[in-house]
Design a protein around this ligand. Sequence first.
Ligand SMILES: Cc1ncc(COP(=O)(O)O)c(C=O)c1O
Length: 466
Amino acid sequence: MASLPPGTSPGPGAHPHPAPRHPRLDPLADRYAARTHGMKTSEIRALFSVVSRPEVVSLAGGMPAVTALPLDAVGSMIGELVTGMGAQTLQYGSGQGDPRLRERICDVMALEGITDASPSEVVVTVGSQQGLDLVTRVFCDPGDVILAEGPSYVGALGVFEAAQARVRHVTMDDDGLVPEALEQALLECRAAGDRVKFLYTVPNFHNPAGVTLSEPRRQAVMEIADRYDLLVIEDNPYGLLGFDREPMRALRARDDQRVIYLGSFSKTFSPGLRVGWVLAPLAVREKLVLATEAQVLCPPSLTQYAVARYLDTQPWREQIKLFTELYRERRDATLESLEALMPAGTTWTHPDGGFYVWLKLPHGLDAKLMQPRAVNAHVAYVPGIGFYADGSGREHMRLSYCYPEPDQIREGVRRLARVVEAELELHATFDAVDTGTFRAVRGGTQVPGVDPFVGPANSDRYGDRG
Ligand SMILES: Cc1ncc(COP(=O)(O)O)c(C=O)c1O
């Protein structure tokens, strides 16, 4: 920090900055805005350096299989854009986004039953992640409540935390969000005087749960939204990646005023281009454009033109089909291996699209605490705790099958199953300790309560077992 020039002193009424609490760690520690206090590294980013090691099979990251794209064709297309369209591709653009791209986005949304969207209601964003951030900025003050599935997309939780909103999770099951639980949450919030700003939901091939909101539940959720005057944020990056059936009809197709829809080209084309969008009623759209102008001025021109040109000139529907066939094969490899190898008591979801399986460990095991052993065994996953704002999810983990080849997936699940089995054995041993029948662990007498792998510091994790 710049100090005052020699011979000057703070003016009357000015207070010198208080001494930083941890001057050597971070001299600015006392200056950060309150909203930064809730910010933390996501479970996924924390794993990044580990999972990129070649010996580790990563079932952690949700990276799309972009190598399945026709890279030469995409490369020439982008090159021709710059030479053909010239400086326009390298210039600032409109805050709302390229009009041609917004038209094409409406064609894409029509595949999910949104047939009445106008390009004027679309705002192009830097991935749907920016869309989430904009919507949250426009609607949420600190302390407001957001209802969100439990578990929820980790990137959304990060945005909500940064806005100092409070997340209240709503239970989901194999058919997605449970409408009765939603209504109950609304009633409880109403009784507590909480300001519920919106429901955040990922209805298709949920991240991380892998499940899809059933047709009757879509109806029920929208009826509840109507009854309680609830705004719904429908986050739908995976909707076109179904394996077995046509895309489901979007919530936005049922109500164009109550639902704000977030879309993305990250999973159907390329995440590196960072192109997504928000479809919102006109009044909201105006606020979103102002917010995006304050944030980034405008979305990048080149990547918008690239996506518009891709949709205009390349067989993108066939490409999506190719992606889904590839992901289906990987999903099958995952489910078959889990079925064959996982110890009794382990359960998991059966996605029919998208990227993710949500796995529940046998009772008492903790995915977060098991993680170092898994990494030691050269397999990575994302612990479930990262997908909840309230610290639950310890028995769960997310497995992503989108990126590794089927053989790698089988090997990864084999390694994971061994780790879970070892963890179960360890637990059985400590159960024996608890009941006084404990003898020895790994060839030596073991002090009860001490984890033979990680030492006494972490051994209290067994304290909460029933
Ligand atoms: C549910 C969900 N929403 C939003 C995003 C953000 O996607 P992007 O910003 O790449 O469009 C992701 C990415 O994984 C996601 O899974």
